[in-house]
Design a protein around this ligand. Structure first.
Ligand code: SF4
Length: 89
C-alpha cells in the first residue's frame, strides 16, 4: 500500500511545496497594481482559505487554483456558495 504524505488543508508553503510557493509569490509580486488584491485583503482571503474544508495541499478543490494565486487578483471571487471571502469587510 502507498504510504504517501497525508493531504493537508493548508497553503503551499505549509504543504511542503516550497518551490511552487516561491514561484507563486514571484507571480503575485509581478502582478500590476491595477489587478493585485491589496495586501490586507489578500491576507484576509488567505486566512479564510486556511480554515476552508475545500483547501487541500494549497489547492482549492472547487476551482482548481492555488489559494495564493486566486486570492491575489482582486477581481477573483471565492467559488463557494455562499462565498467565504464575502465575510471580508
Ligand atoms: S472555496 Fe474559497 S475559501 Fe475555500 S479554498 Fe477555495 S477560494 Fe479559498
Amino acid at each position: 500500500m502507498h504510504e504517501g504524505k497525508k493531504p493537508c488543508r493548508c497553503l503551499l508553503l505549509e504543504a511542503g511545496q516550497a518551490d511552487m510557493a516561491r514561484t507563486v509569490a514571484e507571480y503575485v509580486a509581478g502582478l500590476d497594481d491595477s489587478v493585485r488584491t491589496p495586501e490586507e485583503e489578500y491576507r484576509a482571503r488567505l486566512s479564510l482559505c486556511q480554515d476552508c474544508p475545500e483547501l487541500m495541499n494549497g489547492t482549492c478543490r472547487l476551482c482548481g487554483c492555488y489559494g495564493e494565486t486566486r486570492a491575489a487578483k482582486k477581481g477573483q471571487q471565492c467559488p463557494m456558495v455562499p462565498a467565504r471571502w464575502s465575510k471580508i469587510e
